[in-house]
Design a binder for this molecule. Structure first.
Ligand SMILES: Nc1nc2c(c(=O)[nH]1)N=C([C@H](O)[C@H](O)COP(=O)(O)OP(=O)(O)OP(=O)(O)O)CN2
Ligand SMILES: [Zn+2]
Length: 134
């Protein structure tokens, strides 16, 4: 089951391990000093058998409550680099955003299967969680 959520955030792609010139060369316009914004579309996918009594894998209302509390309240209408603890040290590329969102949700959602993130109409990123050792 997949449910979509929307949030709007500013970010700046920048690595402290590179010089200003290297950052500018690598990230181009996305290194703009004051950042730029995206209307992100987040897809949260859970997996499992429907509960025999409720018929649901996860109650959508419960999922909404978790995603809202753990992700949307933290990231919506925020500058990811400046306003959030999660991206103080981590460059907020979409690759890193899907990993961070997985880590925020997984402790509260045992059925979590995939995080998908549309950053622009052209850019889509997926994360299936850490590889589990057998
Ligand atoms: N590997 C990644 N590359 C880039 C990321 C990223 O998260 N991971 N992010 C950006 C920018 O922040 C932005 O998200 C994308 O900008 P851009 O590609 O320019 O925007 P569009 O998809 O709309 O395409 P354009 O036609 O070029 O505007 C950059 N790279
Ligand atoms: Zn961007």
């Amino acid at each position: 089951m997949t449910r979509r959520y929307y949030f709007s955030s500013a970010h700046r792609l920048h690595s402290d391990q590179l010089t200003n010139e290297e950052n500018q060369r690598l990230f181009g316009k996305c290194n703009n000093r004051y950042g730029h914004g995206h209307n992100y579309c987040l897809e949260v996918t859970v997996i499992g058998k429907p509960d025999p009594i409720t018929g649901m894998v996860v109650n959508l209302a419960e999922l909404d409550e978790i995603v809202n509390r753990e992700v949307l309240v933290k990231f919506d209408h925020k500058h990811l680099n400046l306003d959030t603890d999660e991206f103080k040290q981590i460059n907020p590329t979409a690759e890193n955003i899907v990993i961070v969102i997985w880590e925020l949700l997984a402790p509260h959602l045992s059925s979590l299967y995939k995080i998908g993130l549309w950053e622009t109409q052209k850019n889509y990123f997926e994360y299936f969680g850490p590889h589990k050792e057998k």
